[in-house]
Write a protein that binds this ligand. Structure first.
Ligand code: AMP
Length: 411
């Protein structure tokens, strides 16, 4: 199938061709015709499937081929759980809509609200927003949602996880009853289905990737190691394997900062992103990482949502997340679009119960690999959910020395 066959307008086809896309991805093939027809949609698709273009292209097509009512209020509203995702979606909207005369604005918290007032006053066709900041605007009457024709809820499951359900419901109360609503979610969990049943009208349902398939595409390994030696092991692995672009997860903001400082002392160009950083600092860190000026990006779970870096080769769990589903989201940052990715978890004895939860969720036992020179002082007893197996002594990470030494780090 081609993009032409989907019936998209010439301006959109040109923009798609500029991006170098040959053919629509499976989610695009299924979602675009449904959205073009004006039907509501409940789609299960993870990041990396091309879902953003899947809703953005038909949304732009509809807005540009149907006249608005002449008001300057938004005709399409796209809600995202995080600022990073809001920015990325707005970039996609601008990229795909570059030959169309439609105005886009993005509003999210953590930055001054004043410039956003100004932008909204100037008139907007497509508004991308995080729920909290949008409600601030609604309450201050700086945005009028009464003209919204198309509503998109992106990464709906994350919005629910992050407690946005009340904000979403309040926002719904401001939207016209007759509108097209599109819900995208990585999973069709019960809360998602409940929300869908109240928001959607006779929706089409699309499921392109069954839950957790990311985990199957990504090569995963667990390195048991004492907590106080994790940083040293991480530096060693980055240097030894010559990893050039590594996303590292910590559980806390403080932990992210501390690790970034320590890795920088090891000579690795490192940046940290988390909720305490300003939006500008987060955007800069992400850009430096994407462009190769930063080799290691240390992130917390919330800050990492929506990070879109094509073919990110390595993800390291410096600490396992408390919530097993977050593990799947974390490793979903690697191995995208058919490329092989590798997810490495450094686990200490206080995290064995978390490992057990993750393995239960994945219904898969993760390979244990003790790195010579970094043998843990605890024994890797098999967690309850998984079958026992002796930890393997063999490692690909063998430094080739009898005594462990930090590997030479290339800056
Ligand atoms: P998403 O799932 O929306 O985060 O998109 C993941 C990546 O796939 C983005 O970097 C897009 O630029 C890319 N992409 C989207 N549609 C296509 C396509 N039809 N062909 C190739 N790449 C695509």
């Amino acid at each position: 199938m081609t993009f032409e066959q989907l019936g998209l307008s010439t301006g959109l086809l040109r923009a798609v061709a500029d991006q170098g896309y040959d053919s629509p991805t499976p989610i695009q093939q299924q979602a675009i015709p449904v959205i073009l027809q004006g039907q509501d949609l409940l789609a299960s698709a993870q990041t990396g499937t091309g879902k953003t273009a899947g809703f953005t292209l038909p949304l732009l097509h509809r807005l540009s081929t149907q006249p608005g009512n002449g008001k300057r209020a938004p005709r399409a509203l796209i809600l995202t759980p995080t600022r990073e995702l809001a920015v990325q979606v707005s970039e996609s909207v601008k990229t795909y809509g570059k030959y169309l005369p439609l105005k886009t604005a993005v509003v999210y918290g953590g930055v001054k609200i004043g410039p956003q007032f100004k932008q909204l006053r100037q008139g907007v066709d497509i508004l991308i927003a995080t729920p909290g900041r949008l409600l601030d605007h609604v309450n201050q009457r700086t945005v009028d949602l009464s003209c919204v024709e198309i509503l998109v809820l992106d990464e709906c499951d994350r919005m629910l996880d992050m407690g946005f359900i009340h904000d979403i419901r309040k926002i719904m109360g401001r939207l016209p009853e007759s509108r097209q609503t599109l819900m995208f979610s990585a999973t069709f969990s019960r809360p998602i289905q409940q929300l869908a049943s109240t928001l959607l009208n006779a929706p089409a349902q699309i499921e392109v990737a069954p839950r957790n398939t990311t985990a199957e595409r990504v090569e995963q390994v667990v390195h048991p190691v004492d907590r106080h030696r994790k940083r040293e092991l991480l530096s060693h692995m980055i240097g030894f394997h010559g990893w050039e672009q590594v996303l590292v997860f910590t559980r806390t903001k403080h932990g992210a900062n501390r690790l970034a400082e320590q890795l920088a002392k090891d000579g690795l160009k490192t940046a940290a992103i988390h909720g305490n950083k300003t939006q500008a600092a987060r955007a800069k860190a992400l850009k430096d990482f994407k462009q190769g000026r930063v080799r290691v990006l240390v992130a917390t779970d919330v800050a990492s949502r929506g990070i879109d870096i094509d073919q990110l080769p390595y993800v390291v769990n410096f600490e396992l997340p408390n919530v097993a589903e977050d593990y799947v989201h974390r490793i979903g940052r690697t191995g995208r679009a058919g490329h092989e990715g590798r997810a490495v978890s450094l686990i200490s004895d206080d995290e064995l119960h978390l490992l057990s939860r993750i393995e239960r969720l994945l219904q898969q036992r993760l390979e244990r690999d003790i790195v010579p020179g970094y043998e843990p002082s605890f024994s890797m007893r098999a967690p309850a959910a998984a079958k026992p197996a002796a930890p393997r002594r063999r490692s690909n990470s063998r430094p080739g020395r009898s005594k462990p030494q930090p590997a030479a780090i290339r800056g």
